[in-house]
Design a protein around this ligand. Structure first.
Ligand code: HEM
Length: 290
């Protein structure tokens, strides 16, 4: 992830340049929050960014509470067809990207490529890789606009940005419904017996606001050392993209607070369209000014 730093910085700078050059207010979601992680994950995987509208729209449908099952099915099929074609192209002409490297490795290890497996991998990385981080960028900019002391502390000392990112991740716990589990054996949890095979929906949000784990948990405190939060899940299947998300958030916040220190919502917070209708929490549109 560290090797990606200069490129992520370049992408963020280009988008901030465009924000500064254009009229205000700006919708932060379209100007920065969505394109930055989308571009990064596209480049990493080797997906042409020119197709971003297509995969952003379809992956948004997958995590929407308001989309019908039919719409979600169509979005899944459209993405699968798209990725199948992309993988075919890469099999014929591999480049220097994650999907091509997987193709070459599978060929070397097994003599052939398991396209279904690679489809699953690219599908998951592409859809999980931008929507989540995009939502965290918007929510973080909003929260820091409301917390002048924290904002100033980060501006004065960049070493505070990463701890602030951990606290923002804990505070918002944007993807708590992503952490579903099935009990693989009978177990007792909080005095309740859960038989093997039963589904469990752990509430990451409640854990992240548990006073036994975090003192005064409803307070926003960038100095609390929140690294032990459960926002990226837990165990062997915890979020594989977490360090990419941390890197993107750190660079975005450092750059924005340095280059646009007065950034703030352009409308009253009560008027912002928060994503109460999606599996991943965030803001649909976020007009900002400075
Ligand atoms: C702030 C941003 C993000 C949040 C809050 C987030 C959250 C999560 C959560 C809660 C899980 C489930 C973990 C579990 O079951 O224990 C997960 C899994 C996953 N995430 Fe993320 N994620 C973020 C960014 C990303 C990015 C940038 C990528 C891709 C580069 C990514 C790829 C994945 C994948 C592939 C999984 C499935 C891992 C597995 O099942 O083994 N995520 N994420």
């Amino acid at each position: 992830m560290n090797a990606l730093k200069p490129r992520v910085q370049e992408i963020v700078d280009e988008h901030v340049d465009a924000m500064l050059a254009g009229p205000r207010p700006v919708d932060l979601v379209r100007a920065l929050s969505l394109p930055v992680p989308s571009l990064v994950i596209s480049e990493l995987l080797g997906v042409p960014y020119s197709d971003h509208e297509f995969f952003q729209t379809n992956s948004a449908t997958l995590v929407s509470h308001t989309a019908t099952p039919e719409e979600q099915r169509n979005a899944t099929v459209a993405l699968a067809v798209y990725l199948d074609k992309l993988l075919q192209d890469k099999e014929a002409d591999p480049a220097d990207d994650l999907l091509s490297r997987q193709i070459l490795r599978q060929r070397e290890d097994n003599g052939e490529v398991d396209r279904t497996d690679l489809m699953g991998l690219s599908f998951l990385l592409l859809s999980a890789g931008h929507e989540t981080t995009a939502n965290m960028i918007s929510l973080s900019v909003l929260k820091l606009a409301q917390e002048p002391a924290a904002r100033e502390a980060i501006r004065q000392d960049p070493a505070k940005t990463l701890p602030a990112v951990e606290e923002l991740l804990r505070y918002f716990t944007i993807a708590e419904q992503a952490v579903g589990r099935v009990a693989s054996e009978d177990l007792e949890l909080g005095g309740q017996v859960i038989p093997a095979g039963d589904g469990v929906v752990p509430l990451a949000h409640a854990a992240n606001r548990d006073p036994r784990a975090f003192t005064d948990p409803d307070a926003f405190d960038i100095d609390r050392g929140a690294r032990n939060h459960l926002t990226f899940g837990y165990g062997p299947h915890q979020c594989v993209g977490q360090n990419l998300a941390r890197l993107e958030l750190q660079i975005v916040l450092d750059t924005l607070l340095r280059r646009i220190p007065g950034i703030r919502p352009a409308v009253p917070v009560e008027e912002l369209p928060f994503k109460h209708d999606a599996i991943v929490y965030g803001i649909h549109e976020f007009p900002v000014t400075w």
